[in-house]
Write a protein that binds this ligand. Structure first.
Ligand SMILES: *Cc1c(COP(=O)(O)O)cnc(C)c1O
Length: 414
């Protein structure tokens, strides 16, 4: 029998562990809603943190760009794909994050998977936070450097690993905001260790750019390591499909490092450049992020985060307390509610869905075993009423669970 038949069993094994993933075809509706199979759902699953993905100014920028540039870029940026729009965006991104130079990529995954191997190789050493995003992990694997994983946020352990490493070239890689936990890395601490051990720091700020720091300039700006205080040993990477509302990514940093990446990053050289219409949409998003409208959106988002956290705080609701669910410590738009068991997380998700809410259950391998969670993502596109609706639905899911537990206990009684 051909080994290809085993794929049926392997898929069945995913089903047995509640690990089979399914996609839904969606149509956006106004106000953080998505239409799924004809049903309108209030969505808490998008990384569109500022509500820019549906913004009229960005739409208009695309219309104008299509008329001027057409649709496709036609080639790699190293050949003829580097539009004047993409070039202008790179200058504006560098300016926005307060670093000398930026390189604009068509996608964030491809950026990290390929800048890491451009920076280090066999015989070099990589130091990676245990909760880093998959694309940093894949970049580390592709690099063939020796990978040292340190426990999440444990800088003492990182210090010891750096001290013990005989490698001359060392690269520390970390998410700036952890995508499934919502916490922010100790960037000042990471940078200090890199200085002490002559290491280079690569930060992935996919979830911070646009929302954190002064005018949304990102987590590195918030840490004071940009502008006049820019460090020669930091590369800053961020994506443009989250708070910026479009798609793509960029890496920014010192001139010599960015020039090296331009020369050696395979996903930059061997991929078709992002279309100018996307670059123009990002430029419009960036103007919004850096302006008064961006401040207004960030303030609104901060108020929603505070409202949700107050509603889920211990003591706020008895049935919630009885479930043992834990809201993780996070000040960002990512507010994970850890449920633990995969099937239980899916069950709560289904209960919310019946009430018209879409909150994704995230399971292993995306998160560690036994920490399946609802990843609640808030957006400036939400209203206070939306958060109230979510809190009510979570409380009813909790109440249902507590009742089921009580029934099970009674059933078990002699
Ligand atoms: C989403 C994400 C990426 C990937 O970016 P894409 O542009 O979606 O490919 C990279 N890193 C982190 C931390 C992310 O959350």
């Amino acid at each position: 029998m051909s080994w290809l038949n085993e794929f049926d069993d392997r898929l069945a094994a995913l089903d047995a562990q509640s690990l089979r993933r399914v996609r839904r075809a969606v149509t956006p509706e106004p106000g953080a809603r998505l239409c799924v199979d004809g049903v309108s759902l209030l969505a808490f699953c998008s990384n569109d943190y500022l509500g820019l993905a549906q913004d009229p100014l960005l739409r208009q920028a695309v219309h104008t760009a299509v008329d001027r540039y057409g649709v496709g870029s036609g080639a790699s940026p190293m050949v003829s794909g580097h539009s004047v729009a993409n070039a202008a965006l790179e200058r504006e991104l560098a300016e926005a994050v307060g670093l000398p130079r930026a390189l604009y990529f068509y996608a964030g995954y491809a950026t990290n998977a390929s800048i890491v191997p451009a920076l280090v190789g066999e015989g070099d050493a990589l130091f990676s936070d245990a909760l880093n995003h998959a694309c940093l992990i894949d970049g580390a694997r592709l690099s063939k450097a020796t990978v040292h994983r340190f426990p999440h946020g444990n800088l003492a352990r990182l210090d010891a690993l750096l001290a013990a490493s005989p490698a001359r070239r060392r690269l520390v890689i970390s998410d700036a905001v952890f995508s499934m936990d919502g916490d922010v890395a100790d960037i000042t601490g990471l940078h200090a260790l890199c200085e002490r051990h002559d290491a280079l720091l690569l930060l992935d700020d996919a979830h911070g750019f646009g929302v954190l720091g002064p005018q949304g300039r990102g987590a590195l700006a918030a840490a004071g390591l940009t502008g006049p205080g820019a460090s020669p040993r930091v590369l800053y990477m961020a994506t443009l499909g989250k708070a910026l509302g479009v798609a793509g990514a960029f890496v920014a940093g010192p001139e010599r490092l960015v020039e090296w990446l331009l020369q050696k990053t395979r996903s930059y050289t061997y991929a078709t450049a992002a279309p100018a219409l996307l670059a123009e949409a990002v430029r419009a998003g960036l103007r919004c992020v850096l302006g008064a409208d961006g401040d207004r959106r960030r303030q609104h988002l901060a108020a929603l985060i505070a409202q949700l956290r107050a509603g889920l705080a211990p003591g706020a609701h008895a049935a919630m307390d009885a479930t043992g669910w834990t809201l993780m410590h996070s000040d960002t738009a990512i507010q994970p509610l850890v449920i633990g068991d995969n099937a239980a997380a899916l069950d709560v998700m289904a209960h919310l869905r019946k009430q018209g809410l879409w909150v994704p259950a995230i399971r292993p391998p995306t998160v560690p075993e036994g920490t399946a969670r609802l990843r609640i993502a808030l957006s400036a596109a939400h209203q206070a009423d939306d958060v109230d609706q979510l809190l009510a639905a979570l409380r009813s899911a909790a109440g249902r669970l507590v009742l089921a537990d009580a029934a099970a206990l009674q059933g078990a009684a002699p």
